[in-house]
Design a protein around this ligand. Structure first.
Ligand code: HEM
Length: 177
């Protein structure tokens, strides 16, 4: 269950890959919703997008609690320059900040625009124009920042795998290797 000095444990690996899949689905559904003109179609996507954001938040809180109270990260990769270890750490921290900011601004949009009542079915009306509410701008900015972080993070993993060939990616997978 727990990590060793060499690799991540089952709980950390499961939270990592589950979050990765859900965040990709969240980015895809968010950009899709934002590009839709038809209110009913956008509503269908947002009925999936909004609760999925909450699931991602719960997973992120679980991850933070797991690291704080139950587990220790494996050692930094031996032989990596300090700036790479530092950059990796900074990207991980930024992920947490952006995820929490995305959920906060998403909920903020719902509250400020009244769309929460429409999505829950309590009010029967077309969706409002989200660009009119304040949290829409940070949500759009955070989305782009998240894409940038993902490119950086996955790029670093691929660099280790294909160029340094140090098997780093297997630290974040199941098994004892
Ligand atoms: C990790 C969490 C989240 C991610 C990664 C995410 C991602 C996105 C993305 C990529 C967009 C499109 C942005 C753009 O094109 O500028 C978007 C739009 C949106 N998201 Fe999220 N989101 C998250 C959480 C939430 C939550 C929790 C809610 C609501 C409670 C929410 C509600 C919305 C709404 C209303 C839009 C605007 C659609 C429009 O402009 O028509 N999001 N989101």
């Amino acid at each position: 269950m727990k990590s060793t000095s060499e690799k991540y444990g089952t709980v950390a690996v499961t939270i990592h890959w589950l979050s990765a899949v859900l965040i990709l689905a969240q980015l895809g559904s968010g950009f899709r919703a934002a590009s839709m003109v038809d209110s009913a179609a956008k509503e269908a996507i947002l009925t999936f997008h909004a609760p999925l954001g909450i699931v991602i938040l719960v997973l992120t809180i679980a991850r933070l609690l797991w690291w704080k109270f139950a587990d220790r990260k494996p050692d930094p990769v031996a032989g990596d320059p300090a700036w790479q270890t530092g950059a990796a750490k900074a990207v991980h921290v930024l992920f947490y900040i952006v995820i929490i900011g995305m959920v906060a601004s998403g909920i903020g949009m719902m509250v400020a625009s009244g769309a929460g009542e429409i999505l829950s079915g309590a009010v029967d009306a077309p969706l409002p124009d989200f660009s009119k509410v304040l949290p829409r701008a940070p949500h759009g900015l955070g989305a782009r920042l998240m894409v940038g972080l993902l490119v950086f993070h996955a790029g670093a993993a691929l660099y280790h795998h294909f160029i340094k060939k140090d098997g780093l990616i297997w630290r974040m997978w199941y098994g004892a290797n």
